[in-house]
Design a protein around this ligand. Structure first.
Ligand code: SPV
Ligand code: MG
Length: 440
């Protein structure tokens, strides 16, 4: 006869006295019915469906819970909804703090009540929520402390396996990264925010007044990334242009890893690189498949962590070489060890990108696909994700937006010979000061 079950679901990323209180109550109920306390531990995927990834991965959180004597068993809860596990376990009691009677979790609670009623198997117990302590507060404290280099580096792989699509945005300075880090919207009860940053060669060069031709050296770009990392906690993907000479690329890979960058993208071009959106208006040479595969292999051999990703970017559609060439290259690059594929296009319509994704996915369901929808900007990230893409990069928008405002304001001051007229186009000094942590 299996033991009766008292069920508690939790994320358990930051265990606090509120959790222990709930677990003690669960244990009391379990003793009364000679049953066991089973914790349904939310998987990374379940947590990422409604908020940011937990600091610790599933296995780490499970290890912590399994050493708590109040708990008899830990099983995965793969969705925010309790329904699957309740049907599986038919618990005698489900325990949750009464704080979920209002707010974002109301629907989840109702679903627990409905499922228990339908099965006629158990009762929902809702102890009074422990005041004065919350995971949200602890999260804010943890964020203020920062994130370690390794934890940040490994975030990208964890995010890719936990959710689709991921939204990345170009940041070229600490300030633009702070704006990107804090932007969010609420869509259908879910918080949608950027999952990470793109260090763009175009905007990194442009913000230094230089052309996008690999003229800004790695060290200078790493300085900017270090400044971004000082004030943020999200992962970063680095635009490594062509990767340069193979012998230099291997050093670059290790420098990026030491900094905590999660991935670099190298494009299959040789010679003097020009920005892809210029297409065939300028002379651009695509690399030989074999030579580019050698570069990917050398990079993979050079990396020191297992989490760092080298993503191969295919320029066939940019250079009008055709779909077949793009697909041949994609499969060859994956065979050479690429951890992901970026396919680029400069068309207004997303059709060729969608065709590529469908044809690639017909043979390869796992390798992450990266898309940069600068010219085909009517398709949503959600739609690209549903088509099979994993990472959507908004590659240059923050810098372009800043330019418009700065030009207008500089012009306006000269025209009026004073600044009163353009004041409304500027953020107030007070707001600027409050944006930056540690100012006040
Ligand atoms: C960049 O942002 O620098 C890129 C993307 O490489 S693109 O400009 O579209 O080539
Ligand atoms: Mg670039």
């Amino acid at each position: 006869m299996p033991r009766k079950i008292v069920y508690v679901a939790m994320s358990a990323d930051l265990i606090h006295p509120g959790h222990i209180n709930i677990l003690k109550i669960a244990k009391d109920y379990a003793s009364k019915i000679k049953g066991e306390v089973v914790v349904g531990l939310l998987t990374d995927k379940a947590i990422a469906s409604y908020k940011r990834l937990p600091y610790m991965n599933y296995e780490q959180r499970k290890a912590v819970l399994e050493s708590i004597a109040l708990i008899d068993r830990v099983i995965p809860q793969d969705t925010l909804s309790y329904e699957g596990n309740i049907r599986l376990l038919k618990p005698a009691f489900v325990i949750h703090g009464d704080d979920w009677k209002s707010g974002a979790q109301v629907k989840t609670r109702q679903n627990v009540l409905d499922t228990l009623a339908e099965l006629g198997c158990g009762e929902l117990i809702e102890p009074h929520y422990t005041q004065g302590i919350s995971s949200t507060q602890l999260n804010e404290n943890a964020r203020a402390i920062g994130i370690s280099t390794n934890a940040r580096l490994s975030l990208l792989r964890r995010l890719i396996s936990a959710k689709t699509p991921l939204r990345f945005i170009e940041t070229h300075s600490a300030l633009s990264a702070l704006i990107a880090q804090n932007a969010f919207v609420n869509r259908n009860g879910t918080k949608v925010e950027f999952d990470g940053f793109w260090s763009s060669s175009l905007t990194d060069s442009t913000s230094r007044g230089k052309p996008d031709i690999e003229a800004v050296e790695l060290q200078s770009r790493l300085n900017t990334i270090n400044e971004i990392f000082e004030v943020t906690s999200k992962p970063l993907i680095y635009d490594a242009d062509t990767g340069g000479k193979i012998e230099h690329f291997t050093f670059a890979v290790r420098s990026l890893e030491r900094t905590g960058v999660s991935a670099c993208i190298i494009e299959d071009k040789t010679g003097l690189k020009k920005n892809s959106l210029l297409g065939n208006e300028v002379a651009q040479t695509q690399d030989d498949i074999k030579d580019f595969c050698d570069k990917i292999r050398a990079g993979k051999e050079a990396q020191i962590t297992s989490d760092f990703m080298i993503i191969a970017r295919i320029e066939s559609l940019i250079l009008d070489k055709g779909m077949e060439d793009a697909l041949n290259r994609a499969f060859a690059y994956v065979d050479a060890g690429a951890d992901g594929i970026m396919i680029h296009s400069r068309h207004k319509s997303p059709n060729e990108i969608l065709e590529f994704i469908a044809k690639f996915r017909a043979k390869n369901s796992l390798t992450p696909i990266v898309i940069v929808p600068t010219s085909f900007n009517e398709i949503t990230a959600q739609e690209l994700g549903e088509a099979g893409a994993n990472i959507i990069i908004y590659a240059n928008h923050l810098l372009r937006a800043g330019f418009v405002a700065m030009k207008e304001v500089a012009q306006g001051i000269l025209e009026n010979d004073k600044s009163a007229e353009i004041e409304s186009k500027c953020m107030s000094v007070k707001e600027i000061l409050s944006l930056i942590p540690g100012t006040i």
